[in-house]
Design a protein around this ligand. Sequence first.
Ligand SMILES: Nc1nc2c(ncn2[C@@H]2O[C@H](COP(=O)(O)OP(=O)(O)OP(=O)(O)O)[C@@H](O)[C@H]2O)c(=O)[nH]1
Ligand SMILES: [Mg+2]
Length: 153
Amino acid sequence: MPLVRYRKVVILGYRSVGKTSLAHQFVKGEFLEGYDPTVENTYSKIVTLGKDEFHLHLVDTAGQDEYSILPYSFIIGVHGYVLVYSVTSLHSFQVIESLYQKLHEGHGKTRLPVVLVGNKADLSPDRELGYLVIPFYVPNLLLERYRKLKGRN
Ligand SMILES: Nc1nc2c(ncn2[C@@H]2O[C@H](COP(=O)(O)OP(=O)(O)OP(=O)(O)O)[C@@H](O)[C@H]2O)c(=O)[nH]1
Ligand SMILES: [Mg+2]
């Protein structure tokens, strides 16, 4: 019998970038047209990878901005994060930087699995973020993090 493992994943990002739509699509397989701002919601799904079964607990959060304080429940016992921005909003991408730093402050030296999602790619004419931004930007974020860690040792 396969071993069932529990994983808690938190979805973070600015308001209206599509966090709920992504969670809903992943768990229920359908797209939500309307916009209803989230307070906080959790989804459960059994995910099978090869012979392993994972009980996924997906936390869909209220949109954050650069001033948001992340509660302990978004740090303690969390196995990974989905950071979502919209390609139509440069500001939503800038919020990711501040969220990423807060997560690292919260987790210290612990390895931090993070997936970065640029959503609303179908609204290409409204793009505020070009395709080349991410390959340049993400390595810089990681380098900055590495330098901080080195400085602390
Ligand atoms: N065109 C397009 N619209 C999207 C996409 N994803 C989400 N939307 C729409 O964007 C709006 C906001 O989506 P939500 O999923 O509610 O956004 P959210 O990040 O959960 O918002 P908050 O809960 O307020 O933080 C809704 O009207 C969605 O239908 C996408 O990939 N493309
Ligand atoms: Mg939402």
